[in-house]
Design a protein around this ligand. Structure first.
Ligand code: SF4
Ligand code: SF4
Length: 169
């Protein structure tokens, strides 16, 4: 199966229209999981990645921020020959409440190459980016994340649409 280019404008319109129904479906599935749910999620994830071309999208890098762990910060600082303090000062801000996470100060991400949607620090990108959008992970631990991401990530949207189709059969 070939990958389909993401057209963000039509994705946004579709997501706006479908997000409430998809979130309701996820809530129902969370309360009443079908038999074999985790293996269904993992099989569906493979189909989603066979069809989704992230390099035509990059909506996560354009509109969201990763959180940076101390290991991420050390790796990125070393890569640029900077101190961690200088990396923070140049690009990041600290969350006011919650876990006081370090996040990007602005969007799109400063490491996104806007001409080709590639990450300039792909090999050393934050763990949060490497794991995003967490589709094949344990469903019950990530269902709240999928509920948020159906609106911003075409791959998450496709996973939930496909699960809905299969569960309703
Ligand atoms: S992970 Fe989702 S939002 Fe990010 S580029 Fe891929 S499809 Fe787009
Ligand atoms: S570090 Fe790379 S993968 Fe992560 S948000 Fe920035 S551009 Fe995207």
């Amino acid at each position: 199966m070939s990958k389909t280019p993401v057209v963000l404008r039509s994705f946004r319109a579709k997501a706006k229209h479908r997000k409430t129904a998809l979130r309701r479906f996820l809530t129902r599935l969370e309360k009443n999981p079908v038999r074999g749910l985790q293996s269904l999620v993992e099989r569906t994830e493979k189909k989603v990645w066979a069809e989704t071309d992230c390099l035509t999208c990059a909506n996560c890098c354009k509109t969201m921020t990763p959180t940076y762990t101390p290991a991420d910060l050390n790796r990125i600082a070393r890569y640029f020959g900077m101190t961690v303090a200088a990396v923070k000062k140049k690009w990041l801000k600290q969350e006011r409440g919650g876990d006081r996470d370090w996040m990007n100060r602005s969007t799109p991400c400063q490491f996104l190459n806007k001409s080709n949607n590639k990450c300039r620090i792909y090999a050393i990108r934050p763990a949060d980016c490497a794991g995003f959008p967490h589709l094949g992970k344990r469903f019950r631990d990530f269902v709240h994340i999928h509920k948020q991401n159906v609106e911003s990530c075409p791959a998450a949207f496709a996973l939930v649409e496909k699960l809905k189709e299969q569960v309703s059969k």
